[in-house]
Design a protein around this ligand. Structure first.
Ligand SMILES: [Zn+2]
Length: 183
């Protein structure tokens, strides 16, 4: 093997496991991803629609959600970076709201941001509402599930092209539904 080829092979190897498909190059491609999100659902899966709001009392949410999921979804807390098993989730499927099951992202919308939180460059259309918050003094764009109002994370403008968006999502607020139906 030529020295240069060997070097290339060695350099390429560690990144082979980070096999995210590159984001589409154009906004048209992004629209296609958004349109085709249902193809990431397991066959026969039924999921709620954004037009059926889920409203529960604080006590009901506490019963429904385990400790940290309640803190994040209902109290806008943030999980510690690097703690979510979903950081490494790369199988085809859907990331749904852990509060109400509404589909939010497909696996094709995920990318490795290096932040320690599951990150996405776009979302399933109509899944979120946003608001500005000032928890850290400077304004940030908070986003939450349109169906249950659950807080998911913050939206930043430093994502990969063509959207330039980064949905920085708490893993504990998400439930992954693999396309092959296996847990
Ligand atoms: Zn929800």
């Amino acid at each position: 093997m030529e020295r240069r080829t060997l070097l290339k092979t060695l350099l390429a190897a560690p990144f082979a496991s980070w096999a995210y498909a590159a984001p589409p190059k154009t906004m048209k491609g992004i629209e296609e991803l958004q349109k085709n999100w249902k193809s990431f659902l397991p066959t026969g899966a039924s999921v709620p629609s954004p037009t059926e709001p889920l409203k529960l009392t604080k006590e009901e949410w506490k019963k429904r959600l385990p400790g940290q999921a309640y803190q994040v979804l209902r109290e806008e807390s943030t999980e510690r970076a690097g703690t979510s098993p979903l950081n490494d989730e790369k199988r085809p499927g859907i990331f749904a709201c852990a509060g109400c099951g509404l589909p939010l992202f497909t696996s094709e919308m995920k990318f490795e941001s290096g932040t320690g939180w599951p990150s996405f460059f776009t979302s399933i259309p109509g899944a979120f509402e946003t608001k500005k918050d000032f928890f850290l003094i400077y304004p940030r764009t908070e986003y939450h599930c349109i169906r249950c109002g659950g807080h998911h994370g913050h939206l930043f403008d430093d994502g990969p092209p063509p959207t330039g968006k980064r949905y920085c999502n708490n893993g504990v607020a998400l439930k992954f539904i693999p396309k092959d139906g296996k847990a």
